[in-house]
Write a protein that binds this ligand. Structure first.
Ligand SMILES: C[S@@+](CC[C@H](N)C(=O)[O-])C[C@H]1O[C@@H](n2cnc3c(N)ncnc32)[C@H](O)[C@@H]1O
Length: 231
């Protein structure tokens, strides 16, 4: 690590509050907490992973930066074992949306309005949005980033206790309007969704199947694209 983070992880780092007691669940290489410690944004960090190999890699990387005494390394599944440590900000990044939802569900102490979750699901973003809304978490901000040829979504969520059901559109496409700084990335994300939906439509139509749902989906995505581009 050269003191800097890739764009994907930087979009998570931006949302860790200054002075937070920070935990990185599924830390792997530990780049995110190491970056935050080096930038003096936090004083200490908990680095956890369910697998010993990745956790050792985080330990080595922290040691190489002289940060071992400011890190606690925990071999554990999810976030439940980190309860009672006064952690205010959790990152759960680089995993599937279903796994992230399961990790949150299994750690009831995360249902606390003072705790912030910074989530970056690699897949099944719609599942995670549905879960968060139903479980009483509010997504306070979503960011779209583009890194090494891929679009990433970062969600910042806090517990409000207000449970609601999202429409499929909200769950799949996220906020109706992106963060002002992310228009280009959000447009690329929507175009990717449109391409996938068109491919599904072509496949179904070639097989002689009903395509009403795919047509509707494309229409919804195109409406969002038009709203964004003013076309
Ligand atoms: C692809 S890496 C992501 C690393 C880093 N968070 C990032 O975004 O760059 C996923 C990591 O999550 C860990 N992991 C998978 N399931 C987990 C679980 N249930 N609890 C904790 N860590 C888990 C894996 O061992 C792996 O190190």
């Amino acid at each position: 690590m050269n003191g800097s983070l890739d764009k994907r992880l930087l979009s998570c780092a931006d949302y860790v509050r200054a002075g937070a007691v920070f935990a990185d669940i599924g830390t792997d290489h530990g780049y995110l907490p190491i970056f935050l410690l080096k930038a003096a944004r936090i004083d200490r960090a908990y680095l956890s992973d369910v697998n010993p190999g990745p956790l050792s890699s985080a330990e080595r990387n922290a040691a190489a930066e002289g940060l071992s005494d400011r890190c606690e390394f925990i071999l554990t599944d999810g976030a439940a074992a980190l309860s009672g440590k006064g952690i205010t900000d959790y990152a759960i990044c680089g995993m599937g949306g279903e796994l992230i939802a399961r990790i949150i569900e299994d750690a009831p102490h995360l249902k606390d309005g003072s705790v912030r979750l910074i989530l970056q699901p690699m897949t099944k973003q719609e599942h995670l949005r549905h879960y968060l809304a139903l479980a009483g978490f509010r997504i306070i901000c979503e960011r779209f980033s583009f890194d090494s040829g891929k679009y990433y979504v970062t969600m910042v969520a806090e517990y409000s206790g207000e449970c609601r059901e999202l429409s499929d559109e909200e769950a799949e496409l996220g906020p109706d309007f992106p963060h002002e700084g992310d228009r280009v990335e959000y447009l690329g994300f929507l175009e990717g969704k449109r391409k996938a939906a068109r491919k599904a439509l072509t496949g179904k139509s070639a097989g002689g199947y009903e395509t009403v749902r795919e047509e509707e989906r494309i229409g919804i995505i195109e409406k969002r694209i038009a709203k964004l581009t003013g076309a």
